[in-house]
Design a protein around this ligand. Sequence first.
Ligand code: SF4
Length: 347
Amino acid sequence: MIADIIENIQKGGTATVEDVHTLLSATGDDMEALFQAARDARDSRFGKDIFTYGFVYFSTYCKNNCTFCYYRRSNGQIDRYRKTVEEVVQLSGALQDAGINLADLTMGEDPRMYADDYKLLLETISSVRDDVGISIMASPGALPREMFPRIREAGADFYACYQETYNRGLFESLRLEQDFDARYGQKIWAREAGLLAEDGMMIGLGETRMDRADTILKMGATGAEQIRAMTFVPQEGTPMQDNTAWDSTEELKAIAIMRILFPDRLIPCSLDVEGIAGLKTRLYAGANVITSIVPPNKNLAGVAQHELDIENGNRSMENVFNMLEDLGYRRAKSSEYVRFLDSKRGV
Ligand code: SF4
């Protein structure tokens, strides 16, 4: 049954939500066949080339109160920081010099960055464009529709905003006081403004397997050029801190299914869930981008794992590049990444 569904997709057939649900239930040899099909799909489209993204979490302040998030406004236990424009430029420059393909400029929904008509946010993006020239992903939270042309004009290539789940009821219980449709619109409005878009799902937040199947198909249907799945890690100081942590099996299956359904998309292997230990399994499931590479000794945090593998250097550029080579992959050059982005923008 699972083999039939995979074969149908490989031959260009469509998958129903029931098909995706069945694929998500794969175990044992069926699961291995799913991973193999995903690797084949990736290798025939991208070869052994893997793109690399650095993570610059430049403000950990946030006005929101998402129940799953360490940085929610009610979490009083944490030391927050906000990097200056100069610091963000310097960090992005170091990523560029190391051969990283893109700087992911991420922040919580920080009112200071939004003040004066988004002055500091736009200045941060345009300074990285002007002074560094690395490809840029902007991840600044949910913005009004009219902001997207301005984000593009400031120099961003990508806009990332994860829905986490397409189950509306679940969304409302997680992303408190936030609007499902406005968040969905972010992906659409970004693409209308000439940005590429990223959508993402989180696994282990209370969703059913059918919810996951539905979310995979709906993320694909947005047209987002990058789609991701990440396993929820319970965070101290949040209402979900005592939830049971899942292993990464469901995430790996979601990555593999996204790959066979949407073979030309960018699908990340995030180091933010299991640190460097999770690299091999995610590449094995069909990922073709490594995200959340974080240089050590820069006082930078991750999102899902705010400390894991950062200060010990395991998420550094050098370590990731060495591991890629050991696993038989090649890190793509930035010129190759820019060519890929241009092909997606129809340049
Ligand atoms: S998930 Fe994002 S928007 Fe929600 S509290 Fe965390 S940083 Fe803020």
